[in-house]
Design a protein around this ligand. Structure first.
Ligand code: AP5
Length: 218
């Protein structure tokens, strides 16, 4: 099964993609996490992209397309299904993805769009806290860790993502509307788009999503 999870910043893509992967055994490609890891490890890619990510801008297409190509080829060799979160973000990336998939003879089964109102997105992003060690995600109100500031999974320290500051969130939302939103129509035209109400509580969104994914896998 090959699924793309789409939605604005803070819609819950990362949270839900990781649950789908846990429940179904398919892999989770989280492009944002891969880029942040490259920045943390100060790799050549990391140095090139840091200023874009921290400003809430899209990283140049050729860098992300190359990263995606390598990841998909690797996945294909291992014959694994996937839930992709954070790609594509614009038309050029979507077209590049179609080309990559056709070379690998892979079909996308569905593009699931998580719908959430803007006010709620801002509440989610400003309250998000992420573990510095294992990357687990929490929310100070909706999904609070048992001990404030400490990761439930590994005991690491929680922090606020650099791009979760108010001004950067506004920029990310602007980029989303301008660049990524047109992909809704792109995938609708291909008969692949499925909408899920992402404004429900986390567990309810997971239930709705797993129903959709369950139908796909038969
Ligand atoms: P990325 O990390 O992908 O950021 P994003 O798309 O802005 O998405 P987020 O990670 O902010 O949100 P999410 O939808 O995953 O929500 P989450 O589950 O964490 O990308 C970051 C940057 O990398 C981009 O700005 C860009 O610079 C670069 N980049 C990435 N991909 C790129 C590409 N393809 N091309 C170019 N550049 C690229 O949830 C958010 C919070 O809400 C959490 O605290 C969570 O606990 C809480 N929450 C989740 N669901 C619910 C719910 N149902 N109810 C209540 N709370 C909830």
């Amino acid at each position: 099964m090959h699924v793309i999870l789409m939605g604005p910043p803070g819609a819950g893509k990362g949270t839900q993609a990781s649950r789908i992967a846990d429940e179904t055994g398919i892999e989770h490609i989280n492009v944002g996490d891969m880029l942040r890891q490259a920045i943390r490890q100060e790799t050549e890619l990391g140095t090139k992209i840091q200023s874009f990510v921290e400003a809430g801008e899209l990283v140049p297409d050729h860098l992300v397309v190359d990263l995606m190509k390598d990841t998909l080829q690797d996945l294909n060799r291992r014959n694994k299904g996937v839930v992709i979160d954070g790609y594509p973000r614009n038309l050029a990336q979507a077209e590049a993805l179609e080309e990559m998939l056709s070379e690998l003879d892979i079909q996308i089964d569905a593009v699931v769009y998580l719908e959430v109102e803007e006010e709620e997105l801002i509440r989610r992003l400003t309250g998000r806290r992420v573990c510095r060690d294992c990357g687990a995600t929490f929310h100070i109100e909706y999904d609070a860790p048992h001990k404030q500031g400490i990761c439930d999974e590994c005991g690491g320290k929680l922090h606020q993502r650099e791009d979760d500051k108010r001004e950067t969130i506004e920029q990310r939302l602007k980029v989303y509307h301008e660049e990524t939103e047109p992909l809704i129509e792109f995938y609708e035209e291909r008969g692949l788009l499925m909408r899920v109400d992402g404004s429900q509580p986390i567990d309810d969104v997971s239930t709705s999503l797993l129903e959709v994914v369950g139908e796909l896998s038969g």
